[in-house]
Design a protein around this ligand. Structure first.
Ligand code: NAD
Length: 224
C-alpha cells in the first residue's frame, strides 16, 4: 500500500479537485468522542439506539438530555488543526467535504459548502404536526437528505483525490462513497490511526490522526 505522503511528494500537482469524506475521528482531537474508537460514548447506551427513531419515541426525556449534553460539549469544543487545514486548502485547490458528523466543526473552521450527510445538531425539526420536536439529524435506518447525498456523490465522482478521514466505514450509504470515487478513476486515500472496513479499497494510506496528518497533507497540496 502506498504511503500517502510519498504519493503527495511525488504527485501533488496533479490533484486539483479534492473530495473529503469525514467521520467521527475527524473531531476526536476536538474532544468529541467517536463511537467505535477508544474513549467510549455516552454512559453505557448503545449509540445505534441513541440515534434511532424508536429511542426518541420510547424515551424522549432521556434522548433530549443526551442531545443537550452533546450540544453543550460541542459548543465548548473548537475545530482542530485538521479542520483548519482543510478550510485553508480551499485557497489552493477545489475542496468538497462530505461529512458524517453532526457537529458543524468544518463550517466553524471556515469550510463552505459542506455536505452534512447525517444532518446537524444545530437545527430542530418537527417530524409532523403535534409530534415531539426532534434534532435535525439522520437516525439509523432513516434515509439521508437527498440534496446532501447527491452533492456528495457528485463530489466523489468529479475529483482527482479523495481523502477519507476518521471513519470506520461501516455506516451505509456514506461508506459507499469511496467506491464511487474509485470507479470514477480518482485516487482514494485513508487517514486513520487504524485499519478500517474501507482500507482494502484504498490506493494510499496514512496511519496518523486527523489533526497531525491534515496540516502536512494540505501543505503538500497547496503547492503549484
Ligand atoms: P466511528 O466512531 O465508527 O469510527 C471512528 C473512526 O475514527 C475509527 O476508524 C477510528 O480509528 C478513527 N479515529 C479515531 N481517532 C481519530 C483521529 N484522531 N484521527 C483520525 N481518525 C481517528 O465513526 P463513523 O465512521 O463516523 O460512524 C459513526 C456515526 O456516528 C457517523 O454517522 C458519525 O458521524 C456519527 N458521530 C458523529 C460525531 C460527531 O459529529 N463529531 C461523533 C460520534 C459519532
Amino acid at each position: 500500500m502506498t504511503d500517502l505522503l510519498d504519493l503527495l511528494r511525488r504527485d501533488a500537482p496533479r490533484f486539483r479537485r479534492i473530495a473529503v469524506l469525514t467521520g467521527a475521528g475527524m473531531s476526536a482531537e476536538s474532544g468529541i468522542p467517536t463511537f467505535r474508537g477508544t474513549g467510549g460514548f455516552w454512559r453505557d447506551y448503545d449509540p445505534q439506539w441513541l440515534f434511532s427513531p424508536e429511542a426518541l419515541a420510547e424515551e424522549p426525556v432521556l434522548i433530549w438530555t443526551f442531545y443537550d449534553e452533546l450540544r453543550t460539549r460541542i459548543a465548548t469544543a473548537a475545530p482542530n488543526a485538521g479542520h483548519v487545514a482543510l478550510a485553508a486548502l480551499a485557497a489552493h485547490r477545489e475542496v468538497r467535504i462530505a461529512t458524517q458528523n453532526i457537529d458543524g466543526l468544518h463550517g466553524r473552521a471556515g469550510s463552505t459548502g459542506v455536505h452534512e450527510l447525517h444532518g446537524t445538531l444545530w437545527t430542530l425539526r418537527c417530524p409532523e404536526c403535534g409530534a415531539v420536536l426532534r434534532p435535525d439529524v439522520v437516525f439509523y435506518s432513516e434515509a439521508l437528505p437527498a440534496d446532501a447525498w447527491h452533492a456528495a456523490a457528485t463530489a466523489m465522482t468529479a475529483c482527482d483525490l479523495v481523502l477519507v478521514v476518521g471513519t470506520s466505514g461501516v455506516v451505509y450509504p456514506a461508506a459507499a462513497l469511496p467506491a464511487l470515487a474509485v470507479r470514477s478513476g480518482a485516487v482514494v486515500a485513508e487517514i486513520n490511526p487504524d485499519a478500517t472496513a474501507l482500507t482494502p479499497q484504498m490506493h494510499a494510506v496514512l496511519r496518523a490522526s486527523a489533526a497531525e496528518a491534515l496540516p502536512e497533507i494540505a501543505a503538500l497540496l497547496a503547492g503549484p
